[in-house]
Design a protein around this ligand. Structure first.
Ligand SMILES: NC(=O)c1ccc[n+]([C@@H]2O[C@H](COP(=O)([O-])OP(=O)(O)OC[C@H]3O[C@@H](n4cnc5c(N)ncnc54)[C@H](O)[C@@H]3O)[C@@H](O)[C@H]2O)c1
Length: 249
């Protein structure tokens, strides 16, 4: 019997979080969906109706501890015990450092890095207390490669913070049967890279992709589903690349 998975960033129609929510609901997971976009409530209601699982949607900025606390408190009161946290919410930034102002840096770091800290801080103590849990945080090839096809230094730095946090947290909670891993994608066909990757934009992305195509949100969701499963208990502190070969190793 599956528990509840909390997924941040599950509202975006073509995004990785929505694809994961759909996949997990189909597999019988209960869902606490958290997003700054109010659409998240309809997403949760539709998945509950379609799959017969319990699901709740809550509107919150992941970097706001009070808002996250309120949302998670509702999940804890209304849903089966939380056994997984998947931090997918995030923003990109195509601005190179020479053009970036402090506000850009602070916004991207606040949402991506602080947001991941805030949700982990709120949810992980409960996993530790119950002696079981899975955490997956979204990194990016941009951190490993010195920027991506679209996103530049500020975004790469924010994902570096997420990886460092994840590895350290993995060690801190390992004795409590809680695992923490990173999934690092590149060039998944969503709208985060300045909108849809249209036919005109596609060649610039495809030129860097050895597999010759963009990745899909469903492919990322399948990997996350494995990592939050019971059988993945011996995997922790790891980074799983899902990048079409844009980076090897
Ligand atoms: N698409 C890619 O190629 C790619 C590559 C590497 C990493 N990623 C990472 O995957 C994750 C999901 O990306 P996506 O492509 O599905 O993007 P997306 O834009 O489709 O989805 C992002 C979601 O995060 C939510 N969000 C943004 N700021 C928020 C905040 N402050 N509080 C709560 N929710 C907030 C948005 O409303 C949206 O639902 C991100 O962390 C991104 O950095 C994506």
């Amino acid at each position: 019997m599956n528990g509840t998975a909390i997924i941040t960033g599950a509202a975006s129609e073509r995004g990785i979080g929505r694809a994961l929510a759909e996949r997990l609901a189909g597999a019988g997971w209960h869902l606490g969906l958290l997003d700054i976009d109010p659409e998240v409530k309809e997403v949760a209601a539709a998945l509950a109706a379609a799959h017969g699982v319990s699901a709740a949607g809550a509107v919150a900025d992941i970097a706001d501890p009070d808002a996250v606390d309120a949302a998670v408190s509702v999940f804890e009161a209304d849903l089966p015990p939380v056994t997984a946290l998947v931090n997918i919410a995030g923003v990109s930034s195509p601005v190179p450092l020479v053009d970036a102002d402090l506000a850009t840096w602070e916004r991207v770091l606040r949402i991506n890095a602080t947001g991941t800290f805030v949700t982990c801080k709120r949810v992980v103590p409960g996993l530790v207390e119950r002696g079981y849990g899975r955490v997956v945080n979204l990194g990016s090839t941009a951190m490993q490669n010195g920027g991506g096809t679209y996103s530049k230094s500020t975004y790469a730095a924010s994902k570096g913070a997420i990886e460092g946090l994840s590895r350290a947290l993995a060690l801190e909670v390992a004795p409590h049967r809680v695992t923490v891993n990173v999934v690092a994608p590149a060039t998944i066909d969503t709208d985060i890279m300045g909108g849809r990757i249209t036919e005109e934009r596609a060649p610039a992305f495809l030129a860097q992709l050895p597999v010759g195509r963009l990745g899909t949100p469903r492919e990322v969701a399948a990997l996350v589903e494995f990592l939050i499963g019971e059988e993945a208990g011996y995997i922790t502190g790891a980074t799983y690349n899902i990048n079409g070969g844009i980076r090897i190793g």
